[in-house]
Design a protein around this ligand. Structure first.
Ligand SMILES: Cc1ncc(COP(=O)(O)O)c(C=O)c1O
Length: 375
């Protein structure tokens, strides 16, 4: 049975970052957006807003706030208050804002490794120092090395950065792992910044997302959670994120630069987010089914090639491929006609990241090319 996710949509004339950075014969499976059209409910909401014709300064409606609160309750059994929500134009904005706002120049953060590159870049830009804690292979999945983590804290350490679920590697943290992290933060008096943008991209049906801030009041009070629907509903070019900040003093600190330095989200992003929450559920369930099938296909084909290996991916549409057995794997893939993300971008040069948020026929063509080169 074909679905709307099988449709090959030409993105070449859209200034897509993903599709405009390589010669046209290369299949680009790198930057994290998907080649699927947004759900019709989002397209309809955007059309309706565009047709109004006036695009003045716009703020989030009470209706949107209530919808987000109900969404967090429904999906994660997380009860938050309306005043805890702060809107941002993107999650990355938060990753750059938080270190400079919350760390003194001599204070330090713990950041995951490998990690989405803006974790490190946000700290570098703020000129705050950081120490990396690592993921290791444990029971067939990428998990935090807690023994190492305990050794990394110093009197300067003030912030624990977390990516939940993790990118790259696709880890969905177990409740006991999050509890361990939370009590580690409490014991060492660390603030937590948890990037949960991939929360709605959990592929394993026996797993679910748990916001670390929802564990206990004590953990919540020291946590800023960054969330957005633009990954799971595929509108990152419109872009809206929100921070959940239960602690009032922390909220005030974030709100200061928002009056001038950081713009409000685009007015269309409010519409897209509300439509996703109100009417996007069926599309989203179908998306996860499609991505799960793509994930299984990628794992099966990659794992039979010599020198390449990928662990079971619990979440995201980004396969994390260990290519340690191969010299310059990024260039070899490019020569084969497939552009992946180089692992060096995430701090692991022997790895590659493959975005399988694309129709199966294109994914198959890409894997055929890879197989021809690597088998
Ligand atoms: C962990 C993580 N955080 C943030 C982002 C980007 O978020 P935004 O587009 O809202 O800045 C990505 C995109 O790939 C990501 O993987």
């Amino acid at each position: 049975m074909t679905t709307s996710f099988d449709q090959l949509i030409d993105r070449s004339q859209t200034q897509s970052v993903r599709w405009s950075s390589h010669p046209k014969e290369v299949i680009p499976l790198w930057v994290a957006d998907m080649d699927f059209a947004c759900p019709p409910c989002i397209q309809d909401a955007l059309h309706q807003r565009i047709e109004h014709g006036i695009y003045g300064y716009t703020k989030a409606s009470e209706h949107l706030r209530e919808a987000i609160i109900a969404y967090l309750q429904r999906r994660y059994q997380w009860q938050i208050l309306p005043e805890w929500l702060i809107f941002l134009p993107s999650v990355v904005t938060g990753l750059y804002l938080i270190p400079s706002l919350f760390l003194e120049t001599y204070e330090q953060a713990l950041i995951p490794s490998p990690a989405y590159h803006h974790f490190q870049m946000g700290l570098e830009q703020s000129t705050r120092s950081f120490v990396k804690y690592h993921f290791t292979e444990q029971s067939g999945r990428w998990a935090i090395d807690f023994d190492e983590l305990e050794t990394l804290v110093t009197s300067q350490t003030k912030l624990l950065m977390l990516c939940n679920p993790h990118n790259p590697g696709g880890t969905v943290f177990h409740k006991d792992e999050l509890e361990k992290l939370g009590s580690f933060a409490v014991r060492n008096n660390l603030m937590i910044c948890s990037d949960e943008i991939h929360a709605d991209l959990i592929l394993d049906t026996d797993k679910s997302h748990l916001p670390i801030a929802s564990l206990t009041r004590e953990i919540g009070e020291r946590t800023i959670t960054l969330m957005s629907l633009n990954k799971a509903f595929n509108f990152p070019g419109i872009g809206l994120a929100w921070a959940v900040v239960p602690n009032q003093a922390m909220r005030q600190k974030i709100q200061q630069p928002l009056h001038g330095l950081i713009p409000s989200p685009n007015l269309l992003a409010y519409e897209a987010t509300l439509a996703a929450i109100s009417a996007g559920q069926t599309w989203h369930t179908e998306l996860l089914n499609y991505l799960r099938n793509n994930r299984d296909y990628v794992m099966q084909r990659i794992n039979r090639l010599p020198g390449l290996k990928t662990l079971h991916l619990e979440a995201t549409y980004l396969a994390w491929i260990d290519a340690s057995g191969i010299d310059d794997p990024y260039q070899r893939m490019l020569d084969a006609g497939v552009a992946l993300s180089p692992g060096a971008q995430f701090g692991a040069p022997q790895f590659l990241r493959l975005n399988f948020g694309t129709p199966m026929s294109r994914l198959k063509e890409a894997l055929d090319r890879i197989e021809l080169t690597f088998k």
